[in-house]
Design a protein around this ligand. Structure first.
Ligand code: SF4
Ligand code: SF4
Length: 241
């Protein structure tokens, strides 16, 4: 299958997109494992005030940092390949293991779906990307990634969660390595000017920060979190400086 320019550049990982592995030093099985030092702690309003940098890491597996490529997918890909958004032509194209476009298969509609490239992803001369369907009807996920969905509003503002966006494989994304904190979170009081946690915090502060990060990580990873853990952390936050 031939894809029109600029998609021909997606036959494999483009040279301008270095693979930068996600931080694997964090031990999610230890609830007091120290959070990765590069994480930034911000409110939802702050995070939403930032701009997309058009890296394109969310619009094709080949511009993400997923290794192998199918670690980052568009999700289950139905046979129609979302052609209704693309004038009747297949929009989301499955990729082979080496990043080459291939025909749709039954298995693409199951599980997590295949590695993909979106036909609407346009490459600029400066190496950034633009969505050629911007302003036209698109899949709901396109306008919501990674922190603009109602789900995040619900998590942070109604359920009082600390929320970590799904940018694990988008190392160049504006919103990589952030934890969105509800307004009551003491992490917002403790953070430094770069929105990171200072190394000089009390043992009790680190204990809260580590446990809170672990709970947020488990929520992101859909690993069970008990309500009593959230209640205990909120009570602990009220006692801390
Ligand atoms: S339609 Fe646009 S925003 Fe959505 S995946 Fe394609 S290029 Fe990205
Ligand atoms: S990965 Fe993030 S910064 Fe890059 S295009 Fe997508 S939303 Fe924008």
């Amino acid at each position: 299958m031939d894809l029109p320019r600029p998609h021909t550049s997606y036959e494999g990982v483009p040279a301008d997109t270095p693979l930068r592995a996600p931080d694997h030093t964090y031990n999610e099985n230890d609830r007091f494992s120290t959070p990765p030092p590069n994480f930034r702690y911000v409110t939802l309003a702050e995070a939403r005030s930032w701009d997309c940098n058009f890296c394109g890491g969310c619009c094709t597996s080949t511009r993400s940092d997923a290794e192998p490529l199918h670690m980052y997918t568009f999700g289950r890909l139905p046979k129609h390949q979302w052609k209704k958004f693309n004038g009747g032509e297949a929009l989301i194209i499955p990729l082979t293991r080496t990043g080459k476009p291939r025909a749709w298969r039954e298995e693409d509609a199951k599980g997590d779906g295949p590695a993909f490239v979106c036909r609407a992803l346009g490459l600029q001369d400066d190496g950034t990307t633009r969505c050629q369907l911007f302003g036209s009807p698109r899949h709901s996920a396109c306008g919501e990634f990674p922190i603009f969905s109602d789900v995040i509003d619900d998590e942070v503002e109604k359920q009082d969660w600390h929320s970590i966006p799904h940018t694990t494989y988008q190392r160049a994304c504006t919103w990589v390595d952030i934890m969105i904190c509800p307004e009551w979170s003491p992490l917002l009081r403790w953070r430094d000017k770069s929105n990171r946690l200072p190394t000089k915090m009390s043992a009790e502060q680190w204990s809260f920060a580590s446990y809170m990060f672990n709970v947020a990580w488990r929520l992101k990873s859909e690993i069970d979190v008990q309500q009593w853990e959230l209640d205990e952390l909120k009570a602990m936050a009220a006692r801390l400086p």
